[in-house]
Ligand binder design. Structure first.
Ligand code: SF4
Length: 262
């Protein structure tokens, strides 16, 4: 791989929201801390990862208890490693044990719904597959870690959120376009599309699969966006988030407490 910069969909998403945050996270390699919400998502993701990794060869899903155990292990690990902001609103004043129990209590229903509704729909071929590709005609390269590619060469991804998603969010999403492009290049064969497994974390937890497809025209547009981002970075433009942005708050920005702009 060349020494050109490499971008992924998260870096694009971050830069689009706040250039200063991008600089801290991707250029200065500062990690920041997670919170109640990120850890619920990570726990649900870890349960999937454990299940689908073994399913490549076994062809069967793990019992629910093994999947919630995977979520519990992830929650304990991140808390023990001090990766979670214990001063955030939902966790302030609680011991690490109480935090772990609270987050597990709220994560296990998500794992259960996901396990029962969606796991059985997927037979994975690759899980947590990192794909990096060189773009000889660009000043940057691209990469991504795909949750999974199934035996029909469809790309699978999952997200937990309290905010309802509409199919149009998925149809136009940059991340899916990038994953489709990466998978095609890496596999060296056509990829029919993929699906987005959405676990809604509102009062009544639901798990829904939203299919998507992409064309090369979508890739052309995404490459134009990466080119624009690259030009801004080269020019040293790292502007803070616009005033009033919903993501510029302690809950959604890991650097809020040290940011000179707020
Ligand atoms: S607090 Fe706001 S301006 Fe500061 S890094 Fe975070 S998103 Fe950007």
């Amino acid at each position: 791989m060349t020494d050109k910069p490499s971008y992924n969909s998260s870096s694009m998403n971050c830069f689009g929201k706040c250039g200063y945050r991008y600089k801290l996270q991707y250029m200065e390699k500062r990690r920041g801390l997670g919170n109640y919400f990120t850890l619920k998502g990570n726990g649900t993701h870890k349960a999937r990862e454990r299940n689908f990794t073994q399913k490549i060869t076994s062809g069967v899903d793990l019992p629910l208890g093994d999947c919630t155990d995977a979520a519990w292990d992830e929650i304990l690990t991140q808390i023990a490693d001090d990766q979670i902001d214990l001063k955030s609103d939902e966790l302030r004043g609680k011991s690490k044990t109480a935090v772990a129990n609270l987050i597990y209590k709220d994560t296990s229903p998500l794992v259960e719904r996901d396990h029962d509704a969606l796991y059985h729909l997927t037979q994975p071929l690759y899980v947590e597959q990192r794909i990096a590709i060189e773009l000889p005609d660009e000043e940057f390269n691209l990469y991504g870690t795909l949750d999974l590619i199934d035996t029909d060469y469809r790309v699978g991804d999952a997200k937990t959120s309290k905010k309802k998603l509409s199919p149009s969010n998925i149809e136009n999403g940059l991340q899916m376009t990038l994953y489709w492009f990466l998978a095609q290049v890496w596999l060296g064969r056509p990829v029919p599309g993929g699906y987005f497994d959405f676990i809604y974390t509102g009062k009544h937890v639901t798990a829904t699969r939203i299919p998507w497809t992409r064309t090369i025209d979508d890739v052309v547009k995404v490459l134009a966006r990466f080119r624009s981002m690259h030009d801004s970075i080269k020019a040293g433009n790292f502007n803070p988030a616009p005033e009033g942005s919903w993501w510029c708050c302690p809950r959604w920005c890991r650097f809020y407490h040290e940011c000179p702009f707020v």
